[in-house]
Design a protein around this ligand. Sequence first.
Ligand code: NDP
Ligand code: KPL
Length: 334
Amino acid sequence: MIIDIFGAGSLGLLFYSRLAQLEENVQLNLWTRTEAQAALIRQEGVHFYPSADAAALSQSLSISAKGNIQTTSHIDHTGDWPRADVILVTVKQTHMTPDLIRQLSKRVAEHTIIIGLQNGVRTDQLWNDKWKVYAGITTEGARKLSANTVIHSGHGETVLGQLVQRNNTTDTGYEPEVAACRQSDAIFLLLNLWTKAGLSASLSNNIEMAIYRKLIINAVINPLTALWRISNGELLNSTERISVMRQLYEEAIHVYDKADIEWSESLWDDILQVCRSTASNTSSMLADVQEGRRTEIEWINGSIVEIGRRHQAAVPGHEWVCRLIEAMTIKEAD
Ligand SMILES: NC(=O)C1=CN([C@@H]2O[C@H](COP(=O)(O)OP(=O)(O)OC[C@H]3O[C@@H](n4cnc5c(N)ncnc54)[C@H](OP(=O)(O)O)[C@@H]3O)[C@@H](O)[C@H]2O)C=CC1
Ligand SMILES: CC(C)(CO)C(=O)C(=O)O
């Protein structure tokens, strides 16, 4: 099986390190942005900490480079390479440019499955509608320490479900009846490999619900941790913080109701539980702000604002956090 990974950041290096350890007949192609990173990984491989505890004890595994490690700009010179069976897209929403999609298209054949692992949702039409695109909603935690060092900081699970794209007349951009879609054999092979690699994954018949559940979790936790510069667990340390979280939550479910987006009664408790179970985490948005990188706010709270706008539902809290976060990072943005 040929598996391409686009983006050698935290998640990309995690999947690469896990899959590279398999004895199975897997051809890996890892696509980086810079030649410096590709050269370093080709030369030294990846230093992989399989857990946060292993990182605390400085016990990393040395993963030798396996397969091809190249920059995405090299992709135009790989015309005769066999196309990928599976493409894991592990760049951020901010990196999903038309140029990246064009480069990725060079690796796509009719049978190729593309799995996007981004947080947040897009309201624009990104993918070629002939491609088999899946969403991967993951609670795995990964943290890149250097260009070739990564920690598997939290063991979670990944839910995969096929997105059936349709035209722009809908709220979500995707058909909900994914159960009807024929799941390709490659996805089952991938799930099997994923399990052998020590990762947990399953297929969902209602990926929409998983996507919008994760969206609210991120929309409540990420901007507030970034604004207050606190860990996820510290959100629960005062009633004032919890009441701001609650406002964002209530605005979001009001929008979901107006837009007919399904949500579960346990959602508020789920958010509190994520704060507890990832208590020491630096949220990805706080990490972006600390590093001066552009955040994914536009695809997280920004999508809630956009759906609210289309359904005349007021979302002042989400509008404010978008403005506050955008103003925090704008001068550092690349
Ligand atoms: N990390 C985690 O635990 C989780 C992350 N997610 C989601 O997964 C996505 C990825 O997150 P994460 O791995 O943390 O992000 P990172 O920023 O660590 O990784 C993104 C990588 O994409 C690379 N990249 C950017 N543009 C290109 C390009 N044109 N060609 C090739 N590579 C490129 C970046 O390279 P460079 O560094 O050189 O710019 C970077 O290494 C996000 O949407 C995030 O919200 C979801 C759940 C958990
Ligand atoms: C679930 C959560 C909030 C964990 O940190 C996350 O997905 C993120 O930081 O982006």
